[in-house]
Design a binder for this molecule. Structure first.
Ligand SMILES: [Zn+2]
Ligand SMILES: [Zn+2]
Length: 107
């Protein structure tokens, strides 16, 4: 007798999402980041360092490692924060993070 095993549904990877779904993910991610910004402003007013909550980028850059972007900047679209990719190069190249809002949240 074959037994049906209950396997937990894995989180769909971004590539497997429909356009509608990934838009919802980005909107939801931006909502969280907006709330983090608001809470950071609240802490600042209370005299607590405002960088207490940061929406650090978790994207992986080929041949580099984790994206050095430390805080999401933008309004829901690709991140506009400028990051330094190569500390050895002269002059140090500065590039846009360009990663999605959802990549700035721990998953
Ligand atoms: Zn970023
Ligand atoms: Zn990034």
């Amino acid at each position: 007798m074959a037994q049906r095993k209950e396997t937990p549904t894995p989180l769909p990877s971004p590539e497997n999402l429909t356009r509608e779904q990934s838009e919802a993910v980005e909107k939801a991610a931006f909502l969280i980041i907006s709330a983090q910004r608001e809470s950071a402003a609240m802490l600042k007013r209370a005299g607590i360092p405002e960088h207490f909550f940061k929406s650090k980028c978790t994207a992986h850059i080929e041949a580099f490692g984790q994206c050095p972007c430390g805080d999401y900047k933008g309004d829901g679209g690709p991140c506009e924060n400028h990051v330094t990719i190569d500390h050895e190069a002269v002059p140090i190249p500065r590039d846009r993070c360009n990663h999605r809002a959802s990549q700035h949240l721990p998953s």
